[in-house]
Design a protein around this ligand. Structure first.
Ligand code: G3I
Length: 381
């Protein structure tokens, strides 16, 4: 009996000793851990990522993000290629990925002039269809897509990029055929399809005074009609020298004052020289060497400015956390970004929160450390 007791005591001591020498590796917090009590932090995913073919990106998503949006696979041209056919394969994979990883999901986007199925607004001769036909097509598309994911998504970008920088309406085919009415109709149809899903208006250059004024009027009008609108999405495609942060903040506050949440829905910051081009995001500029100044790596001097400015934007979002609901980066790593091909094809840009080696940019690491420290200090008080 005595021997057994001695042996047990020795074993217990050894085990305790072993535990005591093991470094207690508390998993380093991710962005969602330090931002979780402020707003959702998300990323756009491409079709390879939703298919699980980019395991390094999946690891980043699991550690850092609690929200996702489909970069392309839920857009009209991808999901509804002909009037009689829908292709839900990639969109279903996106939703499956989100459910499997417990991620909050946003649908992007229901009504947009770009990546629009070519048949959507025209007849077989290519002529604009009548208002009645377009309304029915919008209703069919929105009902079919929104009902399919009912109960799975937090919200939808119902209408995307309908207003120009000067505050005028984009003369899209939706506008040509239905006038301004296409927007309330889209929100009405989306709400009819799923009364519980959140509904958003989403656009870029939302810091522009003219656009700000019209979007505020749009939100007021939708509410006056008794239609649901939960948030305004400021895409947040920014550069090193635009937009003016005061104007950006003025817009955040103006939208928040309308009683809707503000979301940064497509955040990226080009690290490259801004090329002068039309405001129409679909225009591109012929490649010129001077426009691709950092083909190998971003110089430290530029990286420092980039990280400082990204940190300043994040501080702005934190300052207005009371009206913010989500900040979403438009891609996981620099290599995934649309900015490598826009506005200049073949450029190498460095616009996202993680680099091509899947490592966090310095401002991300500093933000996590700073907020983690603040959290510890608050807890100690
Ligand atoms: O799906 C086709 C594929 O079948 C074909 O083989 C391939 C080669 O041409 O093209 C594929 O389509 C591409 C699509 O992305 C999916 O990868 C289009 O050419 C390409 O133009 C399209 O670019 C997307 C762009 O929207 C289109 O305007 C970008 O990936 C996407 O990041 C970008 O995202 C938009 C937001 O949805 C709205 N706000 C602006 C933002 C940037 O334009």
């Amino acid at each position: 009996m005595k021997t057994k007791l001695v042996f047990t005591t020795l074993l217990a001591g050894a085990l305790l000793g072993a535990c005591a020498t093991q470094p207690v590796t508390k998993e380093e917090p991710g962005l969602k851990d330090v931002l979780g009590d402020k707003f959702l932090i998300g990323t756009a995913l491409n079709v390879w990522q939703v298919a699980g073919q980019d395991t390094a990106a999946t690891a980043i998503v699991k550690k850092h993000f609690n929200a996702i949006v489909a970069e392309n696979c839920m857009k009209c041209a991808e999901i509804h290629p002909t009037e009689d056919t829908y292709d839900f394969k990639d969109a279903d994979a996106f939703v499956k990925f989100g459910e499997e990883n417990g991620l909050t999901m946003t649908g992007h986007c229901l009504i947009w002039h770009s990546q629009l199925a070519p048949w959507f607004c025209v007849d077989e001769k290519g002529k604009n269809v009548s208002p009645e036909v377009l309304k029915q097509r919008m209703k069919d598309h929105i009902y079919t897509v929104v009902k399919r994911y009912k109960g799975k998504l937090k919200g939808w970008d119902v209408v995307n990029e309908a207003i120009m920088e000067d505050g005028s309406y984009r003369k899209s085919k939706f506008y040509q055929i239905l006038g301004e009415e296409f927007i309330p109709l889209a929100f009405q149809y989306a709400h009819e399809a799923d009364p519980d899903v959140e509904l958003y208006y989403n656009d870029y250059n939302m810091h522009e005074a003219g656009k700000r004024e019209t979007v505020v009027k749009l939100v007021k009008d939708l509410k006056a009609r008794g239609l649901r609108i939960d948030a305004v999405g400021m895409q947040g495609h920014v550069g090193m020298d635009y937009p003016d942060m005061d104007e950006f903040e003025k817009s955040m506050v103006a939208y928040g004052n309308e009683g809707v949440k503000v979301m940064i829905t497509e955040w990226d910051m080009s690290a490259l020289p801004t090329v002068k081009r039309s405001a129409n995001i679909a225009d591109t500029v012929a490649f010129r060497k001077a426009l691709n100044p950092y083909p190998d790596a971003l110089p430290d001097s530029v990286s420092q400015v980039w990280n400082q400015r990204m940190g300043a934007f994040m501080d702005l979002f934190l300052k207005h956390a009371d009206i913010m609901d989500r900040v979403t980066a438009w891609g996981v790593t620099d290599g995934d970004s649309w900015k490598n091909g826009f506005p200049v094809r073949g450029r190498k840009d460095y616009p996202l929160l993680f680099d091509r080696e899947y490592q966090p940019k310095p401002f991300v690491t500093e933000l996590i450390e700073r907020l983690e420290k603040e959290k510890a200090e608050n807890a100690a008080e």
